[in-house]
Structures are given as structure tokens and as C-alpha cells.
Design a protein around this ligand. Structure first.
Ligand SMILES: NC(=O)c1ccc[n+]([C@@H]2O[C@H](COP(=O)([O-])OP(=O)(O)OC[C@H]3O[C@@H](n4cnc5c(N)ncnc54)[C@H](O)[C@@H]3O)[C@@H](O)[C@H]2O)c1
Length: 375
């Protein structure tokens, strides 16, 4: 490939730091501009990437000005969830080639549908940052399932916390990835919300239980905050065997393994140590494939927005099931945020009043507390 892709970043927080780490390590991008409401956030970003030759970012307090002036090829969107749609739509209309927007794709399914439409009309490739599609143990599980190592998948179980769109959009996406991206055809679930709990300015539940049905006949279950257990691993039960996986390891049990058979798959890149394995390695692989997709070297990209859309639909369908007391048939028809609808209508009153945000540690100061009201 000739020139490096010119990247601009909107929102210089934790997650775009991971994007930029991936961009710079994959050596196919240069970071030419960053935009944030907080000057300090941009200074911190500069300091973090000071060792990299391809990082020379001009600062903008206004993302729209950055989009107008910086002749970008790629934009990373890493503001909080309500800002994903407005920022993605503004970027798509600015004449760029591709956008990597963080998960969950948007605050509502309706806003996510707008993002798809505007990107399509402007010929912009849109990706959603479900970077765990590049975790080697997840990919090995997908391959083993496709190879019939455990027969027909009956059930996948995982544990979660911190809100379905925030945490479990990753798990919804992972179910589809491991199963070979089938359609989710129905969803049933329930939520408890006794406290006025939010994650990055989006209301979330205290507890949830969700069951998803797929066109293959497989089912998947999320147990969220009912027990202290949570994490990015899980169990897959098949007609002829079982898989247990974590971010780093995988164990297979079937009639020919003679007990649990352990695998520790490595990715295409070096491993960065136990803690960073996923965020680092997956970020590089995501950035590498993203560049290949943008330049036309590959036509299918694992992080394509249609998958992000379906993950958001699945978690919102759990709320919709709780709101309507029904088994929700997919695709989801409710375009508003069903949990917000329940809260606003008084259907889900809090027992212990007092709003709090589980990500309030990210707030930097008065001018950014409202986050997306400033978009
Ligand atoms: N893929 C993952 O595993 C993963 C992990 C963490 C967070 N996320 C997602 O990433 C997104 C960002 O989360 P985070 O934890 O990195 O947030 P953060 O608070 O660390 O960073 C957000 C930044 O956006 C800036 N900002 C807010 N409004 C802005 C505006 N109008 N213009 C420019 N900048 C603005 C803030 O000042 C802040 O610096 C969220 O949607 C979250 O769900 C994804």
C-alpha cells in the first residue's frame, strides 16, 4: 500500500487510545488530528503516543472543525454512547473513507439504523469496535464449532455485569461470531432496576437474565449480576461435546479428547502478557484488517457495522421483552431505548433514589460532564 491512512480521533479517552495503539502498531496509519472538549485529554493523548513517529496530531476543541480541515481518510469515534450517531453521521458526511466507532453502536436501535443509512449513502465503510472478534481463543472456538468438534451447539452460557448495552453487547456479538454469525431469531429476558443506575449517561439495569434463540437452533444465556461471577469467558454445550473458553485459553471435551484438552492459541502478533492480551493484540489485529478492508485487499471485515447493529438489537430486545412481557421476535421493531421507555412510563420505579453513573470516574470537569449534550 502506498500512503498511510490519515486518521482523526473524536474523543481522546480510554478506548480510542486502544484504537490508536492498534493503528500505530499495525503501521498502516498516521494520526494527524484529534478532537476533544478537554484540552487535558488531548495533552495526555500526545504524551502517551510521544514515542511514535506516525503520531503528529493537530488539536481541535470542535470535532466538526477537525472533520472540515484535516483531510482525513479514517475517523475513530470514542465519545460516550449518545454521541456515536451524531459524530458518525457528521464524519460520514465529511468525505472520508471509513469510520471505527466504539460499541455499543448507538444509544438506540433507531440511531444505529441512521448510522448505517448515512454511511451507505456516502459510500463510507463503518466498523463497530467489538474487538473481541480478534481474540484467538474466540476464533478457535468458532473454528472448532464449524468443524463439528462438539456437534450441534445447544447452549452458550456467560456471566455479565455493568449493563447489557455496555457490557453484554460484546457477548451478544461473541455468540454470533462463535456460531458463524447466524441470525438471532428471538429473545426473552427480564431486568431488575432498584437503583438509578447509569453507564456513560445511559440508564442501565441492576440485574438481568436473558435467553437468545438463533436460527441454527442454538441458544445463549446471559446471567448478569445475579452472582458475583462475570467475565469474557464462557461455556459452550454441544450435542457431542463441550468447550470452555476464556480470553486466553480454551478447553475442549469430546469423545476423542480423552478428558479436557487444553489449547492456548496465539494470534498473528506477539502476546503482550495476560492482562493486555485482548486489548492489545485484538486492537492491532482489528486495525490491520480494517486497513485491508478500506484498501480493498479484503471484502469481508469482522467488525462490519451490520454485526454491531445486531448486537445492539439483541441486548435492547432483552429490555423490550421485560417491557412487553413477551418473547420478542427479531428483528426488533422498537427503535427507542426500551429501558428508558420503562423508566419514563413509571413501569420500573427505583426503590433507592439517587442517580449514579458507574463510569463517573471518566468525567473530567464541568464542561464535559454532560458529554453528549455537547455534541
Ligand atoms: N470496545 C471496548 O471494549 C470498550 C471498552 C471501553 C469503552 N468502550 C466504549 O468506548 C466509548 C468511550 O468510552 P471511554 O471509556 O473511552 O470514554 P472516556 O470518558 O475515557 O473518553 C471519552 C472522551 O470523549 C470526550 N468527549 C465527550 N464529548 C465530546 C465531544 N462532543 N467532542 C469531542 N470529545 C468529546 C471526553 O472529553 C473524553 O475525553 C463508549 O461508548 C464505551 O462504551 C468500549
Amino acid at each position: 500500500m502506498a500512503d498511510k491512512l490519515r486518521v482523526g480521533v473524536i474523543g481522546c479517552g480510554d478506548m480510542t487510545r486502544n484504537h490508536v495503539f492498534g493503528y500505530l502498531t499495525s503501521a498502516r496509519y498516521e494520526i494527524v488530528a484529534i478532537a476533544d472538549l478537554s484540552k487535558q485529554a488531548m495533552k495526555d493523548f500526545d504524551e502517551y503516543f510521544s514515542e511514535y513517529g506516525d503520531y503528529r496530531a493537530q488539536h481541535f476543541a470542535d470535532a466538526h472543525e477537525m472533520l472540515e480541515k484535516s483531510e482525513l481518510d479514517v475517523v475513530s469515534v470514542g465519545v460516550w454512547d449518545k454521541g456515536h450517531a451524531p459524530m458518525t453521521i457528521a464524519a460520514a458526511a465529511s468525505g472520508i473513507e471509513a469510520i471505527l466507532c466504539e460499541k455499543p453502536m448507538a444509544d438506540t436501535v433507531g440511531a444505529a439504523a441512521d448510522m448505517l443509512m448515512v454511511c451507505q449513502r456516502n459510500g463510507v465503510k463503518l466498523a463497530i469496535g467489538h474487538q473481541r472478534r480478534w481474540v484467538p481463543s474466540y476464533t478457535l472456538a468458532r473454528e472448532m464449532i464449524a468443524d463439528g468438534e462438539i456437534g450441534d451447539v445447544r447452549l452458550i452460557t456467560v456471566s455479565a455485569r455493568d449493563g447489557l448495552p455496555n457490557y453484554s453487547s460484546h457477548q451478544a456479538d461473541m455468540f454470533r461470531y462463535m456460531l458463524g454469525d447466524p441470525e438471532c431469531t428471538w429473545v426473552m429476558g427480564n431486568v431488575e432496576r432498584e437503583t438509578d443506575r447509569w453507564a456513560r449517561a445511559i440508564p442501565i439495569e441492576d440485574k438481568a437474565l436473558a435467553l437468545f434463540g438463533f436460527e441454527t437452533g442454538a441458544q445463549a444465556m446471559i446471567v448478569a449480576s445475579l452472582t458475583p461471577e462475570h467475565g469474557w469467558g464462557g461455556r459452550i454445550y454441544g450435542s457431542d461435546g463441550m468447550i470452555e473458553f476464556s480470553l486466553t485459553d480454551l478447553k475442549l471435551l469430546n469423545s476423542s479428547t480423552g478428558g479436557w484438552q487444553k489449547h492456548r492459541p496465539d494470534g498473528d502478533f506477539l502476546s503482550y502478557g495476560e492482562d493486555d492480551f485482548e486489548v492489545r493484540e485484538a486492537a492491532i489485529a482489528q486495525a490491520r484488517d480494517f486497513a485491508a478492508w478500506i484498501s480493498g485487499e479484503i471484502s469481508d471485515f469482522r467488525g462490519e457495522a451490520q454485526h454491531g447493529y445486531k448486537a445492539l438489537e439483541m441486548v435492547h430486545a432483552v429490555y423490550e421483552s421485560a417491557r412487553t412481557h413477551t418473547q420478542v421476535q427479531m428483528p426488533l421493531k422498537t427503535m427507542a431505548h426500551p429501558l428508558e421507555l420503562m423508566i419514563d412510563s413509571g413501569h420500573l420505579p427505583v426503590r433507592y433514589p439517587g442517580r449514579y453513573d458507574i463510569r463517573r470516574r471518566s468525567l473530567r470537569g464541568e464542561n464535559v460532564t454532560a458529554d453528549t449534550e455537547n455534541v
